[in-house]
Design a protein around this ligand. Sequence first.
Ligand SMILES: [Zn+2]
Length: 329
Amino acid sequence: MKIPILDMHCDLLSYLARIPDANAYAKDDIACAIPFLQEGNVRAQILAIYTDVKPESMDLARRQAEIFSDLVVKSGEDVTYLDSGFVESWDQQNRIGIKASVENAAGIGSEGASWQEIYSQFDFILEKVKSLAYISLTHHTENRFGGGNYTEGIGLKDDGKKLLDYMVGKNIPVDLSHTSDLLAEGILNHIDSNNLGIPVIASHSNFRELWNHPRNLTDEFAKEIIHRGGLIGVNFLRAFLDPEVPERLFDHIFHGFQIGGEKSICFGADYFYTKDFKDPDRFPFYFPLVENAGKYPSLLKSLEDKLSAENLEGLAYRNALEFYRKLRA
Ligand SMILES: [Zn+2]
């Protein structure tokens, strides 16, 4: 039996929103094109609404929310909402369940937006996409909510607290994949000291213990996520694994298990449109063994003799599926 995959992060939406003539089926353009997802038996895929910190971020996020709902309408034979109805019967149908997320709250509130505009943007996106798998307050840089991965010494700002407060009761986890360490700490402290009950995950992050990169989690934060019953999605980008050693992907996966994450570890491949990147060091973005979503079955095959059947299924889909099932309960 082929094991299904639930993947926590891809950037298909920002590719469709930004690139002229973009097409969700274009295998030459993006490693998470729908045919690759089908080949890889990816049965559930989270699609990020990604924006930079720019004055037009809110427009771009709205466009991606619209593209998300259009995808379900226009590609309905292949794609449907990843909701409870789909989850109950996903093994009996061939469609891919999709759910949106927000990668960088700049898409919810640009630097100059009023709080009235921010709340109505939040509500618009949520209504358009039906549910959000997670929200990340930042990306690499700083914004009004806090400090991203590549900022040092910038934590959770008052606007970040206000946005977290607005997330309460909406069953939306907060994502630590793109926080500075200080922001991660600030988010955890704000949630705890105010009893907000917001679940915490890292949708697409590896481990700093194995590869020292600001995009990777320290063991301290990884264990905190595990302790809270959250998810950690292993990222396939070469730069965050160890740019020279493809097999390090396996080590990151095993590390997740070793620190107690057998119910938390999952996949967050992070496939995006790479053709307009300037930095030659980043190419190729992915090692051949995981160069597109069609590689999932061979990846699972190479893990078969290294993980128990139960742990392999947990990693492939069950941990993430259970997390979202509990979130709704
Ligand atoms: Zn990302």
